[in-house]
Design a binder for this molecule. Structure first.
Ligand code: HEM
Length: 186
């Protein structure tokens, strides 16, 4: 059940309709992305700090907030450069970010609103700096690809842990999930 991050990247680009036009536009605005990244990071961590649950995660380890500030800036800029044109290196990096969040115990209920916050802030910066609205759409699409990686990491890690611990087959596991979901909805 291990995820093929490269294949997943291709699939997400096609599902989300992240096109060459988006890529060219993002790369042409990479300097602007780097300029606004520190401000975006500040805003992002102020947002996380305001939430009691996320606040306690952020402060659970010495130096975490500082480290995160730096990694967020890098992450944000990479959405513009695409690293290797949104190829295998990009996919590997996004997969790793997903795994780190699973490991730290950050849930979809934290990550989805946080990404919505990023998309909203990007929109405000685009307006403020007089950038073309299409840039917001392109950024929105790459943010959703990155979000899909983090979300998928939960499913993959959970499934892999259960299969390894129990020795169940994937088919049995899927059947149990379906019947479990069925019993909750009835
Ligand atoms: C838009 C969603 C998010 C993005 C893009 C993002 C970005 C990142 C990145 C790039 C890393 C570094 C991964 C690495 O070490 O390779 C990271 C780690 C981490 N993130 Fe996030 N993050 C998001 C949501 C959240 C949320 C909601 C929390 C909740 C508190 C959070 C807390 C953390 C923590 C605790 C770490 C590990 C820090 C450490 O000790 O090194 N993140 N994140």
């Amino acid at each position: 059940m291990a995820l093929d991050a490269h294949e997943f990247m291709q699939k997400m680009q096609s599902r989300i309709n992240f096109t060459d036009k988006d890529k060219n536009l993002l790369q042409s605005e990479a300097n602007w992305g780097r300029e606004i990244a520190p401000k975006m990071a500040e805003h992002f961590y102020a947002y996380l700090n305001d939430d009691p649950e996320m606040n306690s995660i952020l402060h659970a380890k010495e130096g975490r907030l500082h480290r995160l500030h730096e990694t967020f800036i890098q992450w944000f800029h990479e959405m513009f450069t695409g690293m290797d044109n949104w190829g295998e290196a990009y996919a590997d990096r996004r997969w790793r970010i997903g795994l780190v969040h699973v490991q730290v115990g950050i849930l979809p209920q934290h990550v989805v609103p946080a990404m919505a916050n990023v998309v909203h802030e990007v929109g405000s910066s685009i307006k403020r700096d007089g950038k073309d609205e299409v840039l917001r759409d392109a950024l929105g699409r790459i943010c959703m690809i990155d979000l899909a990686f983090i979300e998928q990491a939960y499913v993959e890690v959970t499934a892999a842990a259960v299969l390894q611990e129990t020795g169940w087959t994937e088919t049995l596991f899927r059947r149990l999930i379906a019947s479990g979901a069925g019993s909750i909805t009835h």
